[in-house]
Design a protein around this ligand. Structure first.
Ligand code: SF4
Ligand code: SF4
Length: 457
């Protein structure tokens, strides 16, 4: 009997050891030192407890295994309880968003120009507020609070690369090859869809999906990028391919420090690269295609990506993906090639998590993220962040912050045992609440940014 108990203690202790030590290794690699240190302390305590009971005489071993078994049983029962059920449906905005109203478009307007005067004639209530932001140092300015010449110049380089691509997003940059056009008729829409999604990953995407292109995906009018400012948007396309790339955790956790914008810029450039290759591929088969990349969007990427089945939109307004949470960048390619859309199933687990979590809202340096419930905006239930408060902070610091993305427990999922945690977070309301408590313990309720400039070895 003694050896059986020793075996059980050894197996359960071994499992805890593997789970905790693998987390410590992953967290250290991601430079999450506070989380790694706290997990290491738990690891030492667990090793101590299991070792003591391993060497204690029989009745103590029995009591220990009984307590452990009861605890695990209660945990399993709690996992199955219907906690945190929320009703969700596909939220569809009834009005399209005008791109001219987003801060990026407003602050691009040159004072004194016709477009500037016209915009503020229509929106006099925004003029003073916007002018105050215009007086701030601005994004990537060396007068910004977080200025770092090398990090900002590196970011500028990536943004310049994207700018250089602006005339490639639209129009025919590649003659359709007649023999390709003929051969493509041998493939069904399902085969072409499968190929396109895999091709996106081959080019470097982390996830990819397809949706039918709907009117509400498109901005109503052009606010920036190529095309005439203020023109109506009506894409001649029926399908959209959305894809994501991963933002590096060790860079993001430094936000609002200088290198957080370096990572955003690099990912925007990387995903532009993927988008353009996909666009050229589709054009080579004789179809029309357009890339929607930084500074040149005609569609609202998180909404397209949601409908392509890549995730759910959370409290901070970003897409929360199952694997990386909000720690992604998104781009879209639209086309008239006939494809087979993926299914979007509204994800109640994300809405439930965001209902009680609030970590992004509490950590936002300018309280731009709401702490209340979702509200009805343009006919769709959503959390609406204050984009001007957020943008003002960016213009003050010179970076794009990303604190909300860094603290989100979903961003930490790859550092836990990803498969199990992802499954439990999706399926169990109790698990979601337990994960938040664990996240609070490991990272802190309001984790501090890493101060310093780290860009790898
Ligand atoms: S930090 Fe919490 S509330 Fe904010 S998006 Fe992530 S899960 Fe939702
Ligand atoms: S990026 Fe920064 S300022 Fe903007 S909402 Fe997120 S935490 Fe707040």
């Amino acid at each position: 009997m003694n050896s059986l108990y020793n075996l059980l203690i050894g197996i359960s202790g071994g499992l805890f050891f593997i789970l905790l030590s693998s987390f410590v290794v992953r967290a250290r690699r991601a430079r999450e030192y506070v989380a790694a240190k706290r997990a290491f302390i738990i690891l030492l305590v667990m090793v101590g407890i299991f070792s003591v009971f391993f060497f204690l005489p029989l009745p103590y071993k029995e009591i220990f295994l009984l307590v452990l078994g009861t605890f695990l049983l209660i945990f399993l029962v709690l996992l199955l309880l219907p906690i945190g059920r929320v009703e969700v449906k596909k939220e569809i905005p009834i009005e399209r968003y005008d791109e001219r109203d987003i801060p990026f478009s407003r602050f691009r307007l040159e004072p004194g120009t016709e477009a500037f005067n016209e915009y503020y004639l229509k929106h006099p209530e925004l003029k003073e507020k916007d002018d105050r932001i215009r007086r701030l140092p601005g994004l990537l300015s060396l007068k910004g609070r977080e200025a770092h010449p090398l990090a900002f110049a590196s970011s500028m380089a990536s943004f310049q690369f994207i700018k250089d691509q602006r005339y490639r997003v639209d129009g025919d940059t590649m003659e359709a090859l007649p023999e390709y056009r003929e051969a493509v008729s041998d493939y069904s829409p399902a085969e072409l869809s499968d190929w396109l999604k895999k091709l996106a990953k081959f080019y470097g995407a982390r996830s990819s999906g397809i949706t039918k292109l709907e009117k509400y995906h498109m901005y109503s009018h052009i606010g920036r990028g190529t095309g005439k400012y203020g023109s109506k948007i009506d894409l001649p396309h029926s399908y959209a391919i959305a894809f994501t790339v991963e933002m590096r955790n060790d860079f993001i956790q430094q936000g609002p420090g200088a290198v957080s914008v370096m990572e955003s810029a690099r990912e925007y450039a990387l995903i532009a690269h993927i988008a353009l290759q996909l666009t050229h591929f589709i054009r080579a088969l004789g179809y029309s295609a357009r890339s929607h990349i930084d500074e040149n969007y005609r569609v609202i990427c998180p909404l397209v990506a949601r409908d392509a089945g890549l995730g759910e939109v959370g409290r901070m307004g970003f897409l929360i993906t199952p694997d990386l949470g909000p720690r992604v960048r998104i781009a879209v390619v639209t086309t008239d090639m006939k494809l087979v859309p993926d299914e979007y199933v509204p994800d109640a687990s994300v809405i439930d998590f965001c209902n009680f979590c609030l970590k992004c809202a509490v950590s936002c340096p300018v309280s731009a993220i709401p702490k209340g419930d979702r509200e009805l905006i343009r006919g769709a239930l959503k959390w609406q962040i204050d984009p001007v408060a957020c943008f003002k902070f960016w213009n003050l610091s010179g970076t794009d912050c990303g604190r909300c993305m860094a603290v989100c427990p979903y961003s930490h999922i790859p550092l836990y045992s990803p498969g199990i945690v992802k499954f439990l977070v999706k399926k169990s309301g109790f698990a979601r609440r337990a994960i938040l408590r664990l996240d609070d313990f490991l990272y802190g309720k309001k984790p501090k940014p890493y101060r310093g400039v780290y860009i790898g070895n």
